[in-house]
Design a protein around this ligand. Structure first.
Ligand code: F6P
Length: 326
């Protein structure tokens, strides 16, 4: 059978935004243009696809995008795309607009949308863009490095004031149900304790005893990191810490500040490589893939297989942290 020529593709961002999404869009658009392919930018994620909200993108319309946080295409969590009716409307619009391939940048919800469209005949390629780094098939998701650095900068500032007041700072880090971001941030700020959903552990040993030991070793302030997916709320953690240690304790929820800012070098470079790979994957005639990084190489995998993969916490880092936070 003769392979269908790709004349026009579309790109969208969906789910929570992540620094570096714009860099992926730029790379997709420029790679397509270099191969004589037209590009439509779909606004507001899948909701834009369902409602025909799009604009034409050219090599020049993505100038100055590499260093910008957020997503120029806007993003949304689209309930309608979870229904068969919404999926069919999105697929019909793709046919109507002559879209020969769709690049979907986001996390696992985004890939489920892409899989549904692929099953309805729209070739789709997913690109991992989420600060959570919780996608099983890839070592890295765009935005993780920038979010880690943003959180580190904030906590370094917190440490100054905690040290002056001899307090404990309990800081909540995003990550949905996973502790990857919290673990990395906790390691990089030298936290006394890191609470992640993957290790519900023993609160007394993992937190209180660590702080007591630290005080014996003349540490006058402490940082406790709590992943947002940890089963105990951050306020509860702080209340227990204050009660059991007698030290003045403050809560900081970094929240959406972690999703903003100019992407780091790592995010810009991987975004460029992944966006380029996504378009080349469509050009190679593949239709249901996710771009991933494994052992530093950019590869692509079947979406269904990729969705079934779990991402374990970096146990080596977790155990190292457990032993050195004294
Ligand atoms: O998936 C990215 C993320 O920032 C998670 O870490 C967090 O749980 C969620 O999105 C927050 O979503 P929203 O922006 O809808 O509040």
């Amino acid at each position: 059978m003769e392979e269908k020529k790709i004349r026009r593709i579309a790109v969208l961002t969906s789910g929570g935004d992540a620094p570096g999404m714009n860099a992926v869009i730029r790379s997709v658009v420029r790679t397509a243009c270099a191969n004589g392919i037209e590009v439509l930018g779909i606004n507001h994620g899948y909701s834009g696809l369902i409602n025909n909200d799009f604009r034409k993108l050219t090599a020049r319309s993505v100038d100055g995008l590499l260093q910008r946080g957020g997503t120029m295409l806007y993003t949304a969590r689209c309930q309608e795309m979870m229904t068969e009716e919404g999926q069919q409307r999105a697929a019909n619009n793709c046919m109507y607009l002559g879209i020969d391939g769709l690049v979907c940048i986001g996390g696992d919800g985004t890939y489920r949308g892409a899989l549904a469209l692929a099953r309805l005949g729209v070739p789709c390629i997913g690109v991992p863009g989420t600060i959570d780094n919780d996608i099983g098939c890839t070592e890295y998701t765009i935005g993780f490095d920038t979010a880690t650095n943003t959180a580190i900068q904030c906590i370094d500032k917190l440490r100054d004031t905690m040290q002056s007041h001899e307090r404990i700072s309990v800081v909540e880090i995003m990550g949905r149900r996973a502790g990857h971001l919290a673990l990395n941030v906790g390691c990089a700020v030298g936290a006394a304790a890191i609470l992640v959903p993957e290790h519900e552990g023993n609160f007394e040993n993992d937190v209180i005893e660590k702080i007591r030991q630290g005080r014996i070793n003349r540490r006058n302030h402490h940082i406790v990191i709590v992943a947002e997916g940890y089963p105990m709320s951050t306020q509860e953690v702080a209340d227990r810490v204050q009660e059991q240690t007698g030290m003045d304790t403050r809560v900081t929820i970094l929240g959406h500040i972690q999703r903003g800012g100019a992407p780091s070098a790592r995010d810009r470079i991987l975004a460029t490589r992944m966006g380029n790979h996504a378009v080349l994957t469509l050009l190679a005639g593949k239709d249901k893939r996710i771009v991933a990084v494994q052992h530093g190489e950019i590869i692509d995998l079947d979406i269904e297989e990729a969705l079934a993969m779990k991402k374990p916490l970096n146990e080596e880092l977790y155990q190292a942290e457990q032993s050195i936070s004294i």
